[in-house]
Write a protein that binds this ligand. Structure first.
Ligand code: SAH
Ligand code: SF4
Ligand code: F3S
Length: 440
């Protein structure tokens, strides 16, 4: 009765949480199975960020429930657990109404998961969506798949920013920093297991603080101790991004030359309503200062189309900003009203057809900009960390550059292997990929 199947939705943090969950479950004697048909408990680590995400997950749970329980009766029923952000967002309501889900556990409740699963297997129905005041996963050695050369370490959980549209502060609670020494130890462990690239994760890594250790100091220490490993970080809120951090990035060749700096909108009026706490002018000056120090840096962003009250002028301001900044790539979304957020009470007045139109315009512009930016890499020799074989072409390997671009190259006979760093001469660029040949 102890086979557990886990499926994960949502952001990098959620994927990393699944590794914490796996570690906790394995320690208590559960097996992690890769097919849900073999499981006694199916756990879904969920995301609430947009309505679409929730709908997809609901459909998936309905499917898993019906298939997993089709040949079972009440005595050998497979239990279904909803973990993560949706459990907090919808758990209380669904706990009363859902016949399919036996267990709801929020992002701070995983230490208790083994006993909760056991109780549910014995017939109970359980809800634990409370937040802890302090980070309490410090001592857990995060599970890491031996084959993975990419790994992530969560350094700060939760969010204190309350952007008007965003459910994260509600579903993950306030910021909690992981202990500095525990972070260093976790990075050491992961590197020993073979990781070649580590991402330090948080909703806003820049607000990391433990005594006098801020994020630039933490990043420096991690980079200094692991000079053969690529170090990157995700995500940075523009209001907290400091030039101290840029200096650290400049000092260490193993820190990726890549910054994700979500802007959300190009209109000051919208940004103010979103409670983002910066203006377009300050955002642009920040980008200029970063690029003055790190000329080859790749900068990516997030953009929301059709925020409540967004006018055609506001939308145009976003397109203008994109043309000016020329992001290397962007995650682009239609606004989705989330219950419990400040913007939920605003009239969601840009209709869906118009939202979609604006989003498509944003996507089309970004795709042109990405293609043009990538063109400027043609003719360069860049260092690539090999991830694996190309899915498209049998004789190609794929990897990433130090500025996080996907690179595909022919490996005709070379002995390069996953995890190696090789030099690639870039011959062709598309909006998504650089294509070239290995030079060493
Ligand atoms: N902490 C990160 C991002 C968290 S969510 C940050 O502050 O940048 C990732 C992205 O989802 C956000 O940057 C935003 O662009 C998008 N997003 C969040 N809530 C949304 C909503 N209600 N509708 C549409 N997009 C949303
Ligand atoms: Fe959400 Fe804003 Fe926090 Fe990012 S900073 S997680 S967008 S509230
Ligand atoms: Fe991540 Fe989605 Fe939660 S984006 S923090 S899993 S709401």
């Amino acid at each position: 009765m102890n086979n557990v199947y886990i499926e994960t939705f949502g952001c990098e943090m959620n994927k990393n949480d699944t590794n914490i969950i796996k570690s906790i479950m394995l320690k208590e004697g559960f097996n992690i199975v890769s097919q849900f048909e073999n499981a006694n408990a199916i756990l879904i680590n969920t995301c609430s960020i947009r309505e679409n995400a929730e709908k997809n997950i609901q459909n998936r749970i309905n499917y898993l429930y019906s298939v997993a329980n089709s040949s079972k009766n009440d005595n050998n029923k497979v239990i279904i657990g909803m973990l993560g952000c949706m459990a907090v967002q919808l758990g209380e309501k669904m706990f009363k109404s859902s016949k399919k889900i036996d267990l709801f556990v929020g992002p701070d409740g995983y230490s208790n998961l083994p006993s909760l699963v056991n109780e549910c297997l014995a017939g109970a129905k359980k809800l634990d969506i409370d937040f802890k005041k302090k980070e309490h996963y410090d001592k857990i050695e995060t599970y890491i798949d031996k084959k993975e050369i990419y790994a992530a370490v969560t350094i700060i959980r939760g969010c204190n920013n309350f952007c008007s549209y965003c459910v994260v502060p509600n579903v993950r609670g306030r910021e909690k920093c992981k202990d500095f020494n525990s972070i260093l130890k976790e990075v050491d462990d992961i590197v020993k297991k073979g990781a070649k690239s580590i991402t330090l994760l948080g909703q806003n890594v820049n607000s990391y603080q433990q005594d006098d250790i801020n994020f630039p100091k933490l990043l420096e220490e991690v980079a200094k101790r692991n000079q053969n490993v690529r170090i990157s970080f995700l995500t940075s809120h523009p209001k907290d991004f400091s030039l101290e951090l840029v200096n650290v990035m400049k000092m260490y060749n193993n820190i990726c030359n890549y910054i994700h700096l979500p802007v959300q909108s190009g209109s000051d009026r919208v940004l103010q309503d979103m409670n983002r706490k910066y203006t377009i002018n300050t955002y642009i000056s920040l980008i200029n200062s970063i690029r003055a120090e790190l000329p080859d840096v790749s900068i990516t962003t997030d953009i929301i189309a059709g925020y409540p009250g967004e006018t055609l002028e506001d939308h145009q301001a976003t397109l203008d900003l994109m043309s000016l900044v020329r992001f290397d790539s962007a995650f682009m979304f239609m606004y989705s009203a989330r219950q419990g957020t400040p913007a939920f009470n605003r009239r969601d007045d840009v209709n869906n057809v118009e939202k979609k139109r604006r989003l498509n315009e944003i996507i089309a512009l970004q795709s042109k900009i990405s293609a043009k930016n990538n063109q400027s890499e043609v003719g360069k020799i860049i260092s690539v960390l090999i991830e694996g074989k190309s899915k498209k072409y049998a004789n190609q390997l794929v990897g990433r550059s130090l500025n996080n671009k996907v690179v595909a190259f022919e490996y005709g006979g070379s002995s390069a292997r996953v995890g190696d760093v090789v030099n690639v001469f870039v011959e062709i660029a598309t909006s998504k990929t650089l294509i070239g040949r290995q030079t060493n």
